[in-house]
Design a protein around this ligand. Structure first.
Ligand code: FAD
Ligand code: UDP
Length: 383
């Protein structure tokens, strides 16, 4: 028997859940407060330069999940793309993540891989046996000089706090390589959608069982006669922030154009604290198969997220986790609603993980439905 499903958010979470349920015969309505689908993955052509712009920050698709790769590439062509990030520090340009080129250039050496490994071990603070903080993780694995050049200032700007207050897990996202591999990610599948992410998400949403309503904000009280709600908006927003706001970092993008090639690469980080932005992204380099004379770039600044700002990075420190636990307990007692995605579960999720979770969530709904059971408030709990 077809059910009436309401989904809040037309990002990857909402689109993938909506498509899976529509294909199973349910009637799906998706609301999004913005005037476009795609959530934070949204891309659009810049009117002045014709360049495909990643409006809410650069997005590179990378995954080891074969099903997710086959799913997303079923909705549009992905072009080969490797993220090769550079960083400027102390008046020089280096390669990131830290690799053999970075190490040799930084220390003025010509080390081979095993020599570099041994050399970095002499730089490392081996008295740190079980690093808990970002700073300890850096000191243990790359030593003070590389930490101060590439990580300390950037991290203070990005997170607005000392690296001694951040968990080691944030730095663990970045590898240290003792070869010349400068690929930022190490996943089996990587690529960039030929027509941008929004075109892909529009195709996911393009199903007769799906009705999309843009510029429509959900305030928690408009469930109507929906049999089930999948909510990918902010968890605290669902409750009108009545216990307080979960902390996020937001980003400001300062757009500028350039006649030609501004920096020769897509992403240039700035490791020094004295430079107020964290990085400059030059968007035509995200589509290396296209040709554009003019260029559009964004200087990216990170700051605390206010009530009217777009929440980007969940902070998830001790204070936020305590508040999160309160909201999560409340949500867990709900029936007829499932909280999903990066905002609904207050977690940083890469796109491939978002798709994996959305597919699993929709499939669970279908099997629970078939068994006459009830859907949990969280398939992926926030804590
Ligand atoms: P979102 O994309 O945030 O979508 C949620 C949607 O819900 C939004 O469209 C919003 O408008 C809507 N909404 C919220 N509240 C309401 C409401 N009350 N009423 C109506 N609509 C509402 N991942 C990668 O794999 N690779 C990358 O390189 C990468 N780079 C990133 C860079 C940045 C700066 C950031 C912040 C994230 C990056 N990500 C990247 C992660 C990626 O953005 C997420 O995986 C993805 O956006 C999650 O999709 P979502 O649908 O859960 O959330
Ligand atoms: N980082 C850094 N210097 C850099 C790039 C990253 O110190 O040039 C730190 C920063 O704290 C960041 C973390 O490493 O949050 C993880 O890097 P990643 O590229 O995953 O950053 P994010 O996706 O959070 O922007």
């Amino acid at each position: 028997m077809p059910k009436s499903i309401l989904i809040v958010g037309a990002g990857l979470s909402g689109a993938v859940i909506g498509r899976t349920l529509a294909e199973a015969g349910h009637r799906v309505t998706i609301w999004d407060a913005r005037d476009h689908p795609g959530g934070n993955c949204h891309t659009e052509r810049d009117a002045e330069t014709g360049v495909m712009v990643h409006v809410y920050g650069p997005h590179i698709f990378h995954t080891d999940d074969e099903e997710v790769w086959s799913y997303i590439t079923g909705f549009g062509r992905f072009m080969p793309y490797k993220n090769r990030v550079k960083t400027t520090s102390n008046g020089q340009v280096f390669s990131l993540p830290v690799n053999l080129h970075t190490i040799n250039q930084f220390f003025g050496k010509t080390l081979r891989p095993d020599e570099a490994r041994a050399f970095i071990e002499t730089q490392a603070d081996t008295s740190i046996t079980d690093p808990q903080t970002f700073e300890d993780q850096a000191l243990r694995f790359v030593g003070r000089d590389l930490y101060e050049a590439f990580f300390k200032g950037y991290t203070i700007k990005q997170w607005g706090c000392s690296p001694t207050d951040l968990p080691a897990s944030i730095l663990k996202r970045l590898p240290v390589r003792f070869n010349y591999d400068d690929n930022y990610f190490f996943h089996k599948f990587q690529g960039m959608p030929e027509d941008g992410y929004t075109a892909i998400i529009e195709r996911i949403l393009d199903h007769p069982g799906i009705t999309l309503r843009l510029k429509t904000r959900f305030d928690g009280s408009q469930r109507g006669d929906a049999d089930h709600l999948f909510y990918s908006g902010p968890l605290d927003g669902y409750y009108g922030y009545d216990l307080g706001r979960l902390g996020y970092r937001t980003l400001d993008f300062d757009r500028f154009t350039y006649d030609g090639d501004y920096q020769g690469c897509a992403v240039m980080n700035y490791g020094e604290e004295a430079v107020p932005y964290t990085r400059i992204t030059e968007h035509k380099h995200f589509s290396p198969w296209e040709t554009h004379e003019k260029s559009v770039c964004y200087r990216e600044y990170s700051r605390a997220c206010g009530a009217d700002d777009i929440p980007y990075y969940p902070i998830r420190m001790v204070e936020e986790k305590a508040l999160l636990a309160e909201y999560a307990d409340r949500a867990a007692a709900e029936t007829g609603v499932t909280f999903v995605g990066r905002l609904g579960t207050y977690r940083y999720l890469d796109m491939d993980v978002t798709i994996r979770e959305a597919l699993d969530t929709a499939r669970l709904f279908l099997s629970v439905e078939a068994d006459g059971g009830s859907m949990p408030a969280f398939v992926y709990p926030p804590l």
